[in-house]
Design a protein around this ligand. Structure first.
Ligand SMILES: Nc1ncnc2c1ncn2[C@@H]1O[C@H](COP(=O)(O)OP(=O)(O)OP(=O)(O)O)[C@@H](O)[C@H]1O
Length: 592
């Protein structure tokens, strides 16, 4: 749960949020973070760096060529001098331009694989991360997901994956910047070691001088991500309760609460962005100022030898663009660092709480048995207490009990979605948790309390992501659920798109469609959680008819309150404060 703190902002109440370990904000921490996301693509990264170095070397040669041509033209000479002065290689200006063009063509060609490599690094990272997150989330246990805030999956697959991809992009850009910078500096050293050394020391001094300034602006990078996590939970909640927000006329209050958090995140993010924009600019201008000082010093102390300074100055300016790129990438990657930490933490948690899929393929239900079963959401607080019962194949059993007594929890255990805290649950004599989740799902059909439609055709809604079923089987299930005629009356019959954002169905139609979904494939066990609650008389009668028709052919467990529904049952079990007792049949109506 989240609460509004006195400053009108959203704050976590704590227990349900794993603490976010502070990410390492230094360059090495940022590198480590990016490498963690790149994972198996490290070789690709090193290949990119090697190619970038080659591109940097060719670019340096091109810059030298341009400087040599410019010096020759300004000195009124027809010959451009290539390479260090002591080598004395001279070529005509057209030949120098020809060499330059060849270098340009090579650079253009090499830009293609370089761009491809860089793009593939980030897209592959995103694909991998999204796949891992989706799989981990969807395979995690219901118990674990119960403890998570709303919107976690959306946030993981949306925002976090995008940020992680961005950090890989920045890492690739940064590494390419370093490789190219190294190539340019190597070129400068070959051409004039002393001057190059002077310039490198100068760059170092500029960094050192700017360090206190940049430190002043350094922000806590975890603040925006923590606030964003809260916001996402609240936005997901606002989307879910949209109808109630309008009915209670509280849109402004909800917006105010959300905006409080959004404002905090924006302010923290703004400070980070300010630093990211300011520091590279300060550095670049500082370094250019230093070059000017160096040139002025050289000019006033030596009579000649200024020729070598021109290409070096050009190289330095080029090198500075790489340093700027590196700084930008570093700052952006640093902003992303907490998201990567969050991704890692969430993934670790989800993978640690993967749901046990079991391995015993069960083909027939026979009997279902609970022996001394307890279930606790919180340690020591059993909501199911020492429950024992057995159900034989073909029986229709009603479960009654007051609200909050544990009926849905019991359903979760027998659907193998929750593991009992203690006691034994067996199906056909096999411990339920040993039965493979796949075979158990094939044997069971479930109608939840609040059935939900998915965006898709009526047929898709019944098939519900199980591609193995034919249209004929879908129609058989719809007929059994007494919804076929209404589906046929839709504009495109079974191909009519329904669900959120498309054509809606009435509550009764949705419920019967959800029953058709559960009946698809004629499961041996059907579990229905209050199938007739809050329904119109016609839908209720149709569902009762379905139940009467199914009776005897499948085992049916029915959580119900209505006497009309319960009268169909062979036995009634009552759950009261987590304790189960069997009711004598004649008291059905009275207890319900
Ligand atoms: N995710 C959860 N975490 C902690 N406690 C829970 C959770 N879900 C249910 N409970 C608690 O377990 C108890 C049993 O809840 P359950 O939903 O099984 O009752 P129910 O009999 O199905 O109620 P209803 O008829 O209102 O649907 C309740 O006290 C409820 O507060």
């Amino acid at each position: 749960m989240a609460v509004e703190n006195p400053r009108g902002t959203i704050a976590a109440s704590g227990s349900d949020r794993p603490a976010l370990p502070p990410p390492s904000g230094g360059p090495l921490g940022v590198l480590r973070n990016g490498l963690a996301v790149i994972g198996p693509d490290r070789k690709r990264l090193w290949g990119t760096v090697a190619l970038a170095f080659v591109v940097g070397v060719i670019e340096t040669a091109l810059l030298y060529m341009v400087a040599a041509v410019a010096i020759a033209i300004s000195g009124n000479s027809h010959l451009a001098r290539l390479g260090p002065a002591d080598l004395g290689i001279q070529v005509s200006i057209p030949s120098a331009c020809g060499i330059g063009l060849a270098l340009v063509a090579t650079l253009m060609l090499l830009s293609i694989p370089l761009a491809q490599l860089m793009a593939s690094l980030s897209t592959r990272a995103m694909l991998r991360l999204r796949g891992r997150m989706l799989t981990a989330y969807l395979h995690s246990s219901l118990q674990y997901r119960d403890t998570q805030r709303e919107g976690l999956l959306q946030q993981l697959v949306g925002e976090y994956a995008l940020r992680a991809e961005n950090s890989v992009q920045q890492l690739a850009l940064g590494c390419v910047g370093v490789a190219m910078f190294a190539a340019v500096i190597a070129g400068a050293i070959v051409s004039s070691p002393l001057l190059a050394l002077g310039l490198i020391i100068g760059l170092g001094i500029t960094f050192a001088l700017l360090a206190p300034v940049t430190k002043r602006f350094r922000q806590d990078v975890t603040k925006p991500v923590l606030t964003n996590r809260e916001i996402v939970g609240h936005v997901a909640q606002a989307a879910r309760i949209g109808q109630e927000i309008s009915a209670f006329h509280v849109a402004d209050a909800v917006a105010r609460q959300l905006l409080g958090g959004i404002k905090i995140a924006a302010t923290a993010m703004g400070k980070l962005r300010f630093e990211a924009r300011l520091v590279p600019n300060l550095f670049q201008y500082g370094a250019i100022g230093l070059v000017l000082i160096l040139i002025a010093a050289l000019a006033s102390t030596s009579a000649g030898g200024m020729e070598g300074v021109a290409p070096l100055a050009l190289l330095l300016v080029r090198a500075l663009t790489y340093v700027r790129q590196l700084q930008r990438s570093f700052h952006t990657a640093r902003e992303m660092a907490p998201y990567i930490t969050a991704v890692e933490t969430e993934l670790e948690q989800l993978e640690e709480h993967a749901w046990d899929t079991g391995s015993h393929a069960l083909t027939a239900l026979e009997s279902l048995r609970f022996e001394g079963v307890n279930y606790a959401y919180k340690p020591g607080e059993n909501v199911l207490k020492d429950i024992s019962f057995s159900i034989d194949q073909g029986e229709m059993v009603g479960i009654v009990g007051p609200s909050g007594s544990g009926k849905s929890t019991l359903t979760g255990v027998l659907l193998r979605l929750r593991k009992q805290t203690s006691g034994k649950v067996t199906a056909a004599g096999v411990p339920l948790m040993d039965v493979s989740a796949e075979s158990w799902a094939a044997l069971t059909g479930y109608v939840p309390q609040d059935s939900r439609l998915i965006f898709g055709t009526a047929a898709d809604n019944i098939r519900f992501f199980r591609p193995g079923f034919s249209q004929e089987q879908i129609e058989t299930a719809a007929r059994a659920a007494h919804v076929h005629d209404e589906i046929m009356a839709l504009p495109h019959g079974y191909d009519t798109v329904i669900g959120p954002g498309a054509r809606g169905l009435s509550g009764g139609q949705s419920q019967r469609l959800s029953i058709a979904r559960a009946l698809l494939g004629q499961p041996a066990l059907i579990v229905m959680d209050e199938p007739t609650s809050a329904l119109d008389a016609r839908s209720e009668a149709l569902i009762s008819q379905t139940l009467a028709e199914l009776k005897g052919s499948a085992t049916i467990i029915l959580i119900a309150h209505r006497p009309a529904t319960l009268e169909l049952c062979d036995r009634i079990l009552e759950v009261r404060y987590g304790v189960l007792t069997e009711l004598p049949t004649q008291t059905h109506a009275a207890k319900a």
